[in-house]
Design a binder for this molecule. Structure first.
Ligand code: PAF
Length: 284
């Protein structure tokens, strides 16, 4: 596995691969790699492409300095996980190359309105601007590629898809299924911050999604989510059913496949999860 740290050699590496006729796959990460990331690396590898993974803790997508400081950094372990799961080139760009003006504000920002303003966007102002800005830069350096994202961050994938469409970026977005522990908890680096009791409480997120019925209107589905979360004592941030491309909240006269998304605080740790759901319109 090649390891690079500067933008010039990263761009050259991707250009050389394409010149040799290889497809390029990009897996953007912030490190602290776990089985969810490993599944993205493996999916990218299985597609036959040369796999570039990036490891950059992007300060622009963190709301407060404490959250950024607390973010786990495990570069040595990350290199092992990347290598063992098929990454051909691991890039760890420096902060000064990625955001030369930091800690001053970067004058250029990519904003995806609508999808980026609700749920996670409303709860964490500026978060999706930070994500969209850094992902645009990662795409601009890598060039023509397929980019792999985990669907645990379902709204992030929708924001990135919209951005790629609107800016005609030469990138095909591949959303990959959520990886769960055997008990149902969606894998996240934040899970390590939970006590044994907290982890048991956190299972309410996936349980709430499993409680959804294949034959109810939106408001009844929302109530199911909230009931399970409240019974477990989870401090709910949101429990919503949305149209999966526009992220508009669903009404009771809608039928068909939609997405259920939940977010909440357990022991002060912010957790999210989501699942597909089918709505049946309320009979009048
Ligand atoms: O999902 C993440 O880890 C980050 O939001 C991403 C896509 C790497 C951008 O910093």
């Amino acid at each position: 596995m090649e390891q690079l740290g500067d933008i010039k050699s990263w761009r050259r590496y991707a250009d050389e691969q394409r010149a040799r006729g290889r497809d390029v796959a990009l897996v953007p990460t912030m490190g602290a790699l776990h089985d969810g990331h490993a599944s993205l690396f493996r999916a990218a590898k299985q597609s036959g492409a040369v796999v570039i993974a990036t490891l950059f803790v992007n300060p622009r997508q963190f709301g407060d300095a404490a959250d950024l400081k607390a973010y786990p950094r495990t570069p040595h372990e990350d290199a092992v996980v990347a290598k063992e799961n098929g990454v051909d080139c691991l890039v760890e760009p420096s902060l000064v190359e990625m955001w030369p003006d930091y800690p001053e504000a970067t004058p250029t920002t990519v904003s995806v309105h609508g999808i980026g303003d609700v749920l996670e966007g409303a709860e964490r102002p500026g978060h999706f601007d930070g994500v969209a800005s850094v992902v645009t830069k990662l795409f601009s350096i890598t060039g023509l590629c397929r980019a792999y994202f985990g669907e645990k961050d379902f709204q992030q994938v929708a924001v990135v898809r919209q951005m790629v469409r609107d800016l005609a970026l030469p990138v095909q977005i591949v959303g990959c299924p959520i990886v769960r522990d055997p008990d149902g908890l969606a894998i996240s680096s934040r899970n390590d911050l939970l006590s044994v009791e907290g982890r048991a409480q956190a299972l309410a997120l996936s349980r709430s999604l499993r409680s959804l019925s294949p034959a109810d209107p939106a408001s009844a589905q929302r109530r199911r989510l909230r009931d399970v979360l409240e019974a477990a004592g989870v401090e709910i941030a949101y429990a919503e059913i949305v149209e999966p491309t526009t992220f508009k909240a669903c009404r009771d006269d809608e039928s068909g496949p939609r997405r259920a998304l939940v977010a909440g605080l357990v022991e002060g740790v912010r957790l999210i999860d989501n699942a597909p759901v089918t709505l049946v319109a309320q009979a009048h």
